[in-house]
Design a protein around this ligand. Sequence first.
Ligand code: SF4
Length: 351
Amino acid sequence: MKTIKKPFILDVETKQLPSILKPLVTEEYRVNQIIEWLYLKKASSFEQFTNIPKDIRGNLESSFVLRTFSNVKKDESILDGTIRYTFKTYDSHYIYAVYLPSDNKKTVCISTQIGCPISCKFCLSGKTKFFRNLSRGEILEQIMHIENDIGGRISGVLFMGMGEPMLNYQNVTSVINTIISKKEMNIGKRHITVSSMGIIPAIKNLANEMHGVRFALSLHATDDKQRKKIIPNNFDSKISDLLQACKYYLKKTNSKLTIEYVLLKDFNDTSSDAHRLARLLKTADLIQPSVQVNLIPYNETKNKEYKNTTQIALLTFKKILKLNGITVNIREAKGLDIGAACGQLGTNNLS
Ligand code: SF4
């Protein structure tokens, strides 16, 4: 297996940087300058660290790697300006990140694993063989690369790309700390969303550690048997237990919760499903202003097992939830023409 020859500097948390840099840099202000170049200015080469003496820059160059991705491929949607980035990792795997521009926000959706072991039936990432977790640096590098490419600052981060973030907990929370740190990337925690199909101990840890980011539960079903069919590796977590964990998350963090629900024709899109979902949320005491249900029309891939819901079923489902006092939103698909929409990120899309 290929390895990186030198340490990847973005893998190192800033609190460890002073000791890692010690042979090269001793003054505290120099370490702070390096942190600024790495995380605020997002320099892509040590050569750009212009307020650092040339000999130190040379030593940094010979001691560390600053970027690891190669062969970056970029596909831009003509429909909505969404950009899908394909990155080749040092060990020759492909991962994806998506840039989602809107009038007042510049959001990125990033990957946390190579492939995904959860294997959701409606998602191409789940059909992509799982290889490994991405390192802290590799997760951050996706954001850095996109900022460098678009030439502007990112204002929001979604952990919704390839992989289950809660199965890469240490690296994901380390990245969250860097994103929200004023000294590093300085993005408000309310502009960060971690999406997970739900691993109960990890949801509770995330709540207890008080990162305060938004949490999105990929629910997609209204009974446990139905959920197991489309999310086979769901750790046998019961829906009722998952919703209790979400309630704990809200109580601890005072943040917001999204329930994600992909609508699959004649599978989970009936009026009975909508009523059952409303009942589940009511029982869990989750019908409240800080909870929103996102209905996601299924973005069809080469997998023909499931079909997208119909417009009438979608609107009926929404109406039933609304009548039950639930805040509900239909998620607009972005980047459909470039395979960048929800559930479309996977190696099968490589051309
Ligand atoms: S939906 Fe999320 S958890 Fe499920 S296979 Fe896709 S990336 Fe993995």
